[in-house]
Design a protein around this ligand. Structure first.
Ligand SMILES: Nc1nc2c(ncn2[C@@H]2O[C@H](COP(=O)(O)OP(=O)(O)OP(=O)(O)O)[C@@H](O)[C@H]2O)c(=O)[nH]1
Ligand SMILES: [Mg+2]
Length: 205
């Protein structure tokens, strides 16, 4: 939203399975983007958290309010409410953990049901080490094309593609808002065929 408004975005991920040791890196992506820091230790997010960062896109200042949701299943009912009134959603999986990729489809569907018009992107995080990669880029790309969402591979650890990904989502949101505004200002002219008025009957004296 321009002019001091706030762009609201959500980082979401398939819930962690109990046997999975780590999260996919939602908080780490946000920390990298907002504070340009990274920590190797894992502190799971409780409920939700958020950070704010202002960016300039195409000469426009945009204030981003980014909500970081908990991946753990037990917080699911709290976090799903955050999709409402949101402009963009970043769905994150971990490229070293195929389980995290499996549930992405369900999440895309759930977001589609909870958000009116929302820009979605799919993010494969932890991409810095090709030898640890278990979700192939080609498979992820095929899936993202099927679902009609853009795919980014990032590393919060090595700061790869993080800025580009957040900027791309912001640009998508701005474009969507401009299109909506243009539609409001120039609504399509709908011609309604009114019954033609009968020509006045000429009276003769
Ligand atoms: N190698 C590598 N590790 C990462 C990367 N991003 C995050 N991690 C690590 O993965 C673990 C989980 O990161 P978090 O950011 O806490 O994950 P999360 O998705 O927020 O997890 P929940 O809050 O539990 O849902 C931490 O130990 C991070 O250091 C990355 O790009 N590369
Ligand atoms: Mg977290």
């Amino acid at each position: 939203v321009r002019g001091g408004g706030i762009w609201r975005g959500v980082l979401a991920a398939p819930p962690n399975q109990p046997f999975l040791p780590t999260g996919v890196g939602k908080s780490s992506l946000l920390l990298r983007f907002a504070d340009n820091t990274f920590s190797g230790s894992y502190i799971t997010t409780i409920g939700v958290d958020f950070k704010i960062r202002t960016v300039v896109i195409n000469g426009e200042r945009v204030k981003l309010q980014i909500w970081d949701t908990a991946g753990q299943e037990r917080f699911r009912t709290i976090t799903s409410t955050y999709y409402r009134n949101t402009h963009g959603v970043i769905i994150v999986y971990d490229v070293t953990n195929p389980e995290s990729f499996v549930n992405v489809k369900r999440w895309l569907h759930e977001i589609g049901q909870n958000c009116d018009s929302v820009c979605k992107v799919l993010v494969g995080n932890k991409c810095e080490d090709p030898s640890r990669k278990q979700v192939e880029t080609a498979d992820a790309r095929r899936f993202s094309e099927q679902m009609g969402v853009r795919l980014f591979e990032t590393s919060a650890k090595e700061n790869l593609n993080v800025e580009e990904m957040f900027n791309a989502v912001t640009a998508m949101v701005l474009r969507m808002k401009q299109e909506n505004l243009a539609r409001l200002q120039h609504p399509e002219v709908v011609k309604i065929n009114r019954p033609k008025k009968k020509p006045p009957v000429k009276k003769c004296c």
